[in-house]
Design a binder for this molecule. Structure first.
Ligand code: GAR
Length: 198
């Protein structure tokens, strides 16, 4: 099974949907959670992960220099030998010190089309601009901000969504399904590639 390191900074609803997918959903038999990691030791998502029986780890990023923190976080994660590093509301820009050890194996979910919107507050952006549709994006992480190759996108119909909470509710429902599904496809592809090399 592919080993996942899931990274979060806050609520953890995407983490929870991924954990559930390994148990009974799209990732069942394909992936297991090696660790759930946070840069915020008191993130609600970390407690949720522990309650699900997942190994958890944290390292406070507050007051740390980016490169030094990222190098330490990468070393900590390497102890769990992850096949994929899955960002799930991990609210940090990653420096090369973090990306290099896991190059090509880091995924992110962004609640907008990364060609149209990068960074934070993507649902507010969609709501404020009265978009009729936004696109949830799952992409590989490179050294830019939300610039990596897109693995999957799915539109969310926002017509009639008259509060930010409703925009988020519709978006998160798609996020939760799309992330597990996309990861499952990626793992299956990696397996096929391994087999055809053997
Ligand atoms: C999610 O909507 C995720 O797509 C977003 O943060 C939220 C985390 O929620 N990520 C970004 O905006 C990254 N730029 P969660 O902790 O409940 O999964």
């Amino acid at each position: 099974k592919a080993r996942l390191a899931i990274l979060l900074s806050g609520r953890g609803s995407n983490m929870l949907s991924l954990v559930q997918a390994t148990k009974t959903g799209a990732l069942h038999g394909l992936a297991e959670v090696a660790v759930v990691f946070s840069n915020q030791p008191d993130a609600p998502g970390l407690a949720l992960a522990a309650a699900q029986g997942c190994p958890v780890a944290s390292l406070p990023s507050q007051g740390r220099k980016r490169e030094a923190f990222d190098a330490e976080a990468a070393a900590l994660l390497q102890q769990y030998a992850p096949d994929f590093v899955v960002l799930a509301g991990y609210m940090r820009i990653l420096s090369p010190a973090f990306i290099q050890p896991f190059a090509g194996r880091i995924l992110n979910i962004h609640p907008a089309d990364t060609h149209q919107h990068q960074g934070l507050h993507a649902y507010e952006w969609a709501f404020d601009n009265k978009l009729a549709e936004t696109k949830i994006t799952v992409h590989l992480v490179d050294e830019g901000l939300d610039t990596g190759p897109i693995l999957a996108q799915e539109p969310v119909d926002l017509r009639g969504a008259d509060t930010l909470a409703e925009v988020e509710r519709r978006g998160l429902a798609v996020e939760h399904r799309l992330y597990a599904q996309t990861l499952a496809e990626l793992i299956k592809k990696a397996r096929h590639a391994e087999r055809s090399q053997a």
